[in-house]
Write a protein that binds this ligand. Structure first.
Ligand code: GLN
Length: 539
């Protein structure tokens, strides 16, 4: 029988309070004390996974090694804890119902009426305990998406109540993240919304053990005592979470507030040892004391919503810190770029990244951005669709293949330099059917890629349906764009680069999904390094 301990994190008063960051920060602190920690997220929506969601709806879709399309909070968990997550770390209402309905069709309920309680709640609990039962973890943190009181999160809250009862208080605690708003005209912090939100939780049978209070102003002792009294928690379990300068400050702030110590005390675990967070602090030191600065253009089509490129933005933060360089990310809407204004729009940049994406919108602007970077020798990183754009641009402007395109944009292209993968051709379902997750890649010796990675075999994560069309490879290589990384089993092109350019690399995979605070991704680190050099050269 597993001895894993469970921490449930719920949210109240408002959404977007940062449950993911609080969970990841607590996870980091517990991990820093030598515990084996994982974090999972339950999302109360009915989509089976966020893979089919427009990024404007829900931000980036984060892909795990095992090919699960998941919520972007899993990215925070991986970046903070330097762990790999999986499908088991993200479960939606849709998936819960799907599993239950499938079992019903298979006759597994033996003629019983299938109901929210106990069948849906049992399935939720199965998914809570699945990670704990592996014996791989001492602590499983479960973040419940949405707010307490939402109709759609009710079954999850009920499952948490049951789980607490089954496992017992020595192995199960709940943390409620809430907002303590500041009312300017009164000059006061207000506790009432939190009182109501906790009441709602109590009505559902859950007494929170710890309150984490998001606030713009310090939560005074008086306020803590008031919250403690009305919410039925000891006042030292009322934790202040002030707005932070960067999300990476939050573990340190939580440490100061002793969130980890409160949790360990509730679990009756000894906590004499201080958490080992030196590496984290060094990272913060480098992040906050840069010795240089670069401007990077991120050319994409969802730039209005920064969450759509969350992992890329965070990878720049890690790579910037590694280089002691402040990275200004200029968010550039691909649709705003055309052949006439490209100079004006991109001239101040030290490096250009063309982002992943789907569909035709913004492609012309992306092709202009690639051309500008290639011709003006500006460091360039193309990710997934960004690589595909680099290939199309090279085909049209260097190889002079008129009408060269991806069959995603032009199914009848005369020169389909990017084409649909064979096994994608006859798929009817859209959800979960792309080439997803980790695949190996062999790197050619002597190339920029081999210099960047310093390894000949790597593994990176994917999310695409189209690929470089191998029929054109010879022509590309003869003209100066080479395949420096390929899949060892299928020969699919994974990395392309232009050796006769200071730094021009495109990847079919998504390096941004593997950059963490402890392990900044080498492609981003070297890209920023190249941007620093480029800036010096042009100054
Ligand atoms: N739309 C392209 C494909 O499916 C690129 C996908 C991406 O950028 N993630 O291959």
């Amino acid at each position: 029988m597993s001895k894993a301990k469970y921490i449930f994190v719920t949210g109240g008063v408002a959404s977007s309070l940062g449950k993911g960051i609080i969970s990841a920060s607590l996870g980091k602190l517990l991990q820093a004390r030598g515990l084996r920690v994982t974090i999972q997220k339950f999302d109360p929506y009915i989509n089976i996974d966020p893979g089919t969601l427009n990024p404007y709806e829900h931000g980036e879709c984060y892909v795990t090694d095992d090919g699960a399309e998941t919520d972007l909070d899993l990215g925070h968990y991986e970046r903070f804890l330097n762990i790999s997550t999986s499908q088991d770390n993200n479960v939606t209402t849709g998936r819960i119902y799907y599993n239950v309905i499938q079992a019903e069709r298979e006759g597994k309920f033996l003629g019983k009426t299938v109901q929210v309680v106990p069948h849906i709640t049992d399935e939720i609990k199965n998914n809570i305990f699945k990670l704990g039962n592996t014996d791989k973890y001492d602590i499983v943190i479960t973040e419940i998406g949405g707010c307490v009181g939402d109709i759609e999160s009710l079954p999850f809250i009920e499952a948490v109540r049951q789980a607490k009862l089954e496992v017992g208080p020595s192995r199960c605690i709940s943390i409620h993240l809430t907002l303590v708003p500041y009312i300017k005209t009164a000059g006061e912090l207000k506790t009432k919304p939190t009182q109501h939100s906790v009441k709602e939780l109590q009505e559902a049978g859950i007494q929170p053990d710890i309150l984490v209070c998001r606030s713009e102003h310090p939560v005074t002792l008086d306020i803590r005592k008031k919250l403690a009294l009305f919410c039925n928690v000891p006042y030292n379990s009322v934790i202040e979470a002030l707005d932070a300068e960067t999300i990476y400050d939050v573990p340190i702030l939580m440490r100061k507030e002793k969130l980890d110590e409160r949790v360990l005390a509730k679990f009756k675990m000894s906590y004499k040892k201080q958490p080992k967070i030196d590496q984290w602090k060094e990272f913060l030191g480098r992040l906050k004391n840069p010795t240089s600065e670069v401007n990077i253009g991120l050319v994409g089509k969802y730039v209005e919503l920064k969450d759509a490129y969350k992992s890329i933005a965070e990878s720049f933060t890690h790579a910037g810190a590694e280089n002691e360089c402040h990275v200004n990310v200029n968010w550039i809407h691909a649709e705003d770029i055309d052949s006439k204004n490209v100079h004006k729009m991109l001239d101040n940049l030290d490096g250009i990244l063309v982002a992943p994406g789907f569909g035709e919108r913004g492609i012309d602007g992306k092709l202009e951005a690639v051309r500008f970077a290639r011709e003006n020798k500006i460091p360039f990183l193309g990710i997934c669709l960004g690589l595909q754009c680099a290939v199309i641009e090279f085909a049209r402007n260097v190889l002079k293949l008129k009408g060269a395109n991806s069959t995603e944009m032009d199914p009848k292209s005369k020169h389909p330099v990017i084409d649909i993968m064979e096994d994608q051709k006859n798929l009817k379902e859209m959800g979960g059917t792309m080439r997803l997750g980790a695949y190996d890649c062999t790197i050619k010796k002597g190339t920029k890629a081999s210099h960047i990675y310093n390894h000949s075999k790597i593994s990176e994560r994917h999310r695409h349906r189209y690929e470089f069309n191998g029929k054109y490879l010879q022509a590309f290589e003869e003209a100066g764009m080479i395949a420096s990384g390929t899949n060892p089993d299928t020969n699919l092109v994974e990395i392309m680069e232009i050796p006769d350019h200071p730094w021009f690399v495109g990847t079919q995979f998504h390096p941004e999904l593997k950059s963490t605070v402890d392990n900044p991704h080498p492609l981003f680190v070297k890209f920023i390094k190249a941007a620093i050099v480029n800036k010096k050269d042009t100054e």
